[in-house]
Design a protein around this ligand. Structure first.
Ligand SMILES: [Zn+2]
Ligand SMILES: [Zn+2]
Length: 519
């Protein structure tokens, strides 16, 4: 359950370990840098008796010197408690005795570039090698972990109540945008009447509202009504995002940036208009839709400077903000005491994704963001704006029914032969042309067919990625699937020499990812 106080459970387990064994080390992983200060403060308070330097952090936000010092402290055993993001799982910890992975479902535990690894899976592996316990914590476990627990391979410990005795789960209300429109009810720039009214009530009561929209920038599309021109990135097969405060068009895939044109570059029409909305536009709308409210936006753009995210979150905690607008950055793990209303905008796109994990991620995200409401005893309310108010996912969410959602989704996965019932690996190739990338994958597939055990592996056709070109590089992928992890691993190992010696003109890079998260 969200807000059930699992951090307190970790603290007890850590306290038991650290007091019982004077040399034992523990590792606590969190999915995001922004969550480390909250944990670090809790650790420093609870374990104030530990000697100076016994608690260290490890994440990419540290300066190199500090990171090296902390790494050494872990390596020499002086650090008893290491708190970090995914890279901390690679730390040298000679007396490692307990690992905690908080929010284990979070995709951020997967390193997607360079050395690809899942910090959560490595934590389980390391714990098994060392014969020590590992605790995976989540209000919305990944279906992979949930399935392990259902089968009895992991021990399931359930926290069934919210920690604060008076804190009840927020009520979830679906706002049917189609019905709102048909009944002619006014909405302002995508914010429905009921949501605006609810925010005004919170403002009067001195409570906080949180508006969640997983899209940064002002508008995802800038287009010309007259000729159909749409602002695109010259280096990617993607539209560029309008950023109004920065007065720029930005590509979220390669970083390309340009000024906002004053007129359509194709036909000269001066009436080019933004379509759709991101967090910046919602921030702008709220300033007039809820007069008098102090609105704060937290997303990757507003927190670019080092330390600025922390300052912004402090403002929220200090009550200097009435309405917080943001992306997934605000959905995760934060303990907002005065938030009693959560509004969710534009969740529908994930309902119809080609990625089979999209609904699992959406459910987790919405359950997490809903969990920000009503934590401190004030009744919480969640409003989800949708065109699909009858969708089963929303109804499971309204019942706070993770178990129901997980079990029905697992049944679907089993029927469709998808993970966790099969194991997958992905070969991706990048080339100067799409043909080069596809040629490479075709040749690789032919090589694979000749390997021992290949007949037990399903090899799909090579296909372009959804966004096929990024930074002038064309990308394609080849999916492999097998009911046995051992068979798949052996085949992948045998495939490597062939892949290395494949010569295809124009291929720049390739990689194999096991258990790919983005299909
Ligand atoms: Zn035009
Ligand atoms: Zn681009």
């Amino acid at each position: 359950m969200t807000g059930s106080g699992k951090t307190e459970v970790y603290l007890h387990a850590l306290a038991d370990l650290l007091s019982a064994r004077p040399d034992a080390q523990a590792l606590v992983l969190v999915p995001e840098i922004n969550l480390t200060p909250q944990f670090e403060a809790a650790f420093r308070t609870r374990f104030a008796a530990l000697p100076e330097g016994a608690i260290v952090t490890m994440h990419s936000g540290l300066a190199e010197g500090e990171r090296a010092r902390n790494w050494l402290a872990a390596h020499t055993g002086r650090a008893r408690l290491v708190l970090g993001t995914r890279l901390a799982i690679l730390a040298s910890l000679p007396k490692l005795s307990l690992i905690v992975v908080d929010e284990e479902h979070d995709p951020a535990y997967k390193q997607q570039e360079g050395l690809r690894y899942s910090a959560r899976d490595l934590a389980v592996y390391r714990a098994k090698e060392l014969g020590i316990p590992v605790a995976l914590g989540s209000a919305t476990p990944s279906l992979e972990s949930w399935w392990q627990a259902e089968q009895g391979r992991y021990t399931k410990l359930t926290l069934t109540r919210r920690a604060v005795a008076t804190a009840v789960l927020p009520s979830v209300r679906l706002i049917d945008l189609e019905e709102e429109r048909q009944r002619g009810r006014a909405s302002v720039e995508g914010l429905s009447g009921p949501l605006i009214a609810a925010m005004k009530t919170r403002l009067e009561r001195g409570e906080q509202s949180l508006v969640f929209l997983n899209r940064r920038g002002y508008a995802p599309i800038l287009s010309c009504d007259a000729c159909g021109w749409v602002a695109g990135c010259p280096r990617c097969s993607a539209y560029v995002v309008l950023h109004k405060p920065e007065r720029a068009l930005r590509c979220h895939h390669c970083g390309w940036e340009s000024r906002i044109p004053k007129s359509c570059p194709d036909c000269g029409n001066v009436d080019i208009a933004p379509m759709g909305r991101g967090t910046q536009r919602v921030e702008e709308t709220l300033a007039t839709a809820v007069p008098g409210a102090r609105v704060l936006r937290i997303d990757a753009d507003s927190t670019r400077r080092k330390g600025s995210a922390q300052a912004l979150f402090s403002d929220v905690h200090a009550g200097e903000v009435d309405i917080l607008v943001g992306t997934q950055m605000i959905a995760k793990g934060h303990d907002f005491q005065r938030v009693t209303l959560v509004g969710v905008l534009n969740a529908d796109t994930a309902l119809f994704s080609h990625d089979f994990r999209a609904s699992e991620r959406l459910f987790a995200q919405l359950m997490q963001v809903s969990g920000r409401a009503g934590r401190a005893g004030l009744p919480g309310e969640v409003m989800i704006q949708t065109r699909y108010a009858r969708h089963a996912l929303f109804h499971a969410l309204a019942r706070h029914d993770y178990v129901g959602f997980a079990n029905s989704t697992l049944a679907e996965r089993r029927d469709a032969h998808l993970p966790p019932f099969v194991y997958q690996a992905m070969l991706r190739a990048e080339g100067r042309t799409l043909e080069a990338a596809l040629d490479f994958l075709g040749a690789a597939s032919a090589e694979f067919a000749g390997l021992a055990g290949a007949e037990r592996v399903t090899v799909y056709d090579a296909v372009p990625l959804t966004i096929v070109k990024v930074f002038n590089v064309h990308r394609a992928q080849l999916l492999l699937e097998c009911a046995s992890r051992a068979v798949l691993q052996n085949a992948l190992r045998a495939w490597q020499p062939a892949l290395r010696s494949l010569k295809v003109k124009g291929v720049i890079r390739w990689n194999v990812e096991v258990d790919p998260l983005d299909i």
